[in-house]
Ligand binder design. Structure first.
Ligand SMILES: Cc1cc2nc3c(=O)[nH]c(=O)nc-3n(C[C@H](O)[C@H](O)[C@H](O)COP(=O)(O)OP(=O)(O)OC[C@H]3O[C@@H](n4cnc5c(N)ncnc54)[C@H](O)[C@@H]3O)c2cc1C
Length: 498
């Protein structure tokens, strides 16, 4: 029997460094498939911008693949049903895809696909596409394995495939998507792999020179940061491609032996570290998919749930809290779909501590606003910035200090909150001093217990980074990281990133 391959595209919408595409070239006939899944479209994290961005990429990919002989079929429906229908026209024997570290619905979907494949005798082969390790037993040695994977050569792209003939291509399901009621998408970054490369190249050759200085302020970060996150989240670039290009650029700069080139390389090192953080945070969701909906450290269960104030959530997500830096950041994000790391963290800290909101609902709002929504990074960061991981120092951001440090002349605030300073602008929604006193007391009433320390040790063992490179058992535990906002000290561990 001829073996026939079906390449299943998900969040890997590219041709380069694509192991399933490479493998498909070995088959006498192959087709490719992208499925717009109702579970995604109707999920609370999905927004019109995600769908519009995916549509542009899929259409571009469709032209690229078709030109090389491989038809890309676009379908709407649940995966097992789509696969079963397609198999009637194209009796594929092998399903080839990348692994995905996604939300719980995609985890359940993968189980259903796996069961379907077993039931009909299709062989499903999956390849990793980042540094995330499936079935990881211990975090010891993780950084070394990440390095090995990233340093491996890129997978070559075949110039032609033996594409299956006569299959209906299908089209983007506009009507079904419209019925989900997502509304209009906001302006998107340029689509296509060429645009992704251009963004990477311009960053590595020009913009990254000031990366370290520019990444914290919302005024300078839009130009100073790489802006690669949507391209990485939808897989237009693989992490390995970005890693290779960055390391090559660092080597070239160091070979120049000038002070300015050395400075540039130093800036790029900060960027390179974040590429590892990307996978480090995704690994947490891969290892424990339920952290999308429940606390990483279970001792914090019940701490905020009973205090949820819908009025606060509404004011926060519409940029009407009366804290100008918070409101400016939220309005900027809502309009553009992007915000730099520090300002994202400040928004979450404000929701978690000033407003004492549980992280799940704010996290869903942000997931819809971030074009780069990456579940593994997102939910890990939501919990880290809300103090529910048990292993990170409590970080409570003062909006006034962020304003002084990163928008001293108020340019950013005036751009996004033009009514600031007039009677049209609301008074602060909570009194900061009292709100934070209460938040600290509540946090430390749990954090200082023996149960919290035990839980922190468990979490550190399962998810914490091993920066020393030593196994967890041999590593001398770092002394408690002092909580910056309180004179009281809890026994804490540290994690890899801010
Ligand atoms: C509450 C919260 C939620 C977040 N949700 C997401 C998300 O859904 N998707 C997402 O890609 N990033 C998320 N981040 C991390 C970070 O803010 C974005 O990666 C970054 O702002 C994207 O812009 P950039 O590509 O220009 O970043 P750059 O600074 O140029 O960084 C390059 C790449 O490194 C990775 N990276 C950078 N910072 C981090 C970090 N702190 N942790 C993990 N990876 C990092 C990203 O892949 C990023 O694209 C979140 C941060 C916070 C505080």
């Amino acid at each position: 029997m001829h073996r026939l391959a079906l390449v299943w595209f998900k969040r890997d919408l590219r041709m380069a460094d694509h192991a399933p595409l490479h493998a498909a070239a070995q088959y006498p006939a192959a087709a490719a498939l992208y499925v717009v899944e109702p579970q995604w479209v109707h999920s609370p994290e999905c927004d019109a911008q995600h769908l519009a961005f995916a549509a542009e990429q899929v259409n571009a990919l469709c032209s690229d693949l078709t030109a090389r002989g491989l038809p890309l079929l676009i379908r709407w429906g649940s995966m097992p049903a789509v696969l079963a229908a397609l198999r009637r026209d194209f009796p594929f024997t092998d399903l080839l895809s990348h692994e995905e570290t996604g939300p719980l619905w995609s985890f359940a979907r993968d189980r259903a696909v796996s069961a379907w494949c077993r039931s009909v005798g299709v062989c499903w082969q999956q390849w990793p596409q980042s540094g995330v390790i499936r079935g990881l037993r211990t975090r010891d040695g993780w950084a070394g394995r990440w390095q090995e994977r990233m340093d491996a050569p890129l997978v070559s792209v075949p110039t032609r495939w033996a594409g299956a003939a006569g299959l209906a291509t299908g089209a983007w399901p506009q009507r079904e998507i419209a019925s989900a009621g997502h509304g209009r998408a906001r302006p998107l970054p340029p689509a296509g792999q060429a645009a992704a490369y251009r963004t990477l190249e311009r960053f590595l050759t020009e913009r990254a020179a000031r990366y370290r200085q520019d990444l914290s302020s919302p005024l300078t970060a839009p130009e100073g940061c790489s802006r690669l996150s949507p391209y990485l989240a939808f897989g237009l670039l693989s992490m390995r491609q970005v890693h290779h290009a960055t390391e090559a650029r660092i080597r070239d700069l160091l070979a120049e032996r000038s002070v300015s080139a050395r400075r540039f390389a130093y800036s790029l090192r900060a960027f390179a570290a974040r590429l590892r953080w990307h996978c480090h945070f995704m690994q947490k969701l891969e290892s424990e998919p339920h952290i999308e909906v429940r606390n990483v450290a279970r001792v914090y269960d019940g701490l905020r749930e009973g205090h949820f104030e819908p009025r606060y959530l509404e004011a926060w997500r519409s940029g009407q809290t009366g804290y100008p830096m918070v409101d400016a950041c939220m309005r900027c994000l809502n309009a553009t779909g992007w915000l730099n790391f520090r300002m994202r963290a400040m928004l979450v800290s404000f929701a978690a501590y000033h407003l004492w909101l549980h992280w799940r609902e704010p996290g869903l709002h942000l997931a819809r606003q971030f074009l780069d929504f990456e579940p593994g990074i997102h939910w890990s960061q939501m919990q880290m910035q809300s103090g529910t991981t048990g292993i990170n120092a409590l970080r409570i951001y003062s909006p006034a200090k962020q304003q002084r440090d990163h928008d001293p002349r108020g340019e950013f605030i005036h751009r996004w909150v033009p009514e600031y300073g007039t009677s049209a602008y609301p008074a602060p929604i909570v009194e900061e001093h009292d709100a934070l006193e209460r938040a600290r007391e509540r946090m430390f009433s749990v954090r200082n217990t023996a149960a919290a320390r035990e839980e922190a040790a468990r979490v550190q063992h399962r998810h914490g980074s091993r920066r020393s490179g030593l196994p967890d058992t041999q590593r001398r535990r770092k002394p408690a990281t002092r909580a910056r906002t309180s004179p009281r000290q809890a026994t804490l561990f540290t994690d890899e990133s801010e």
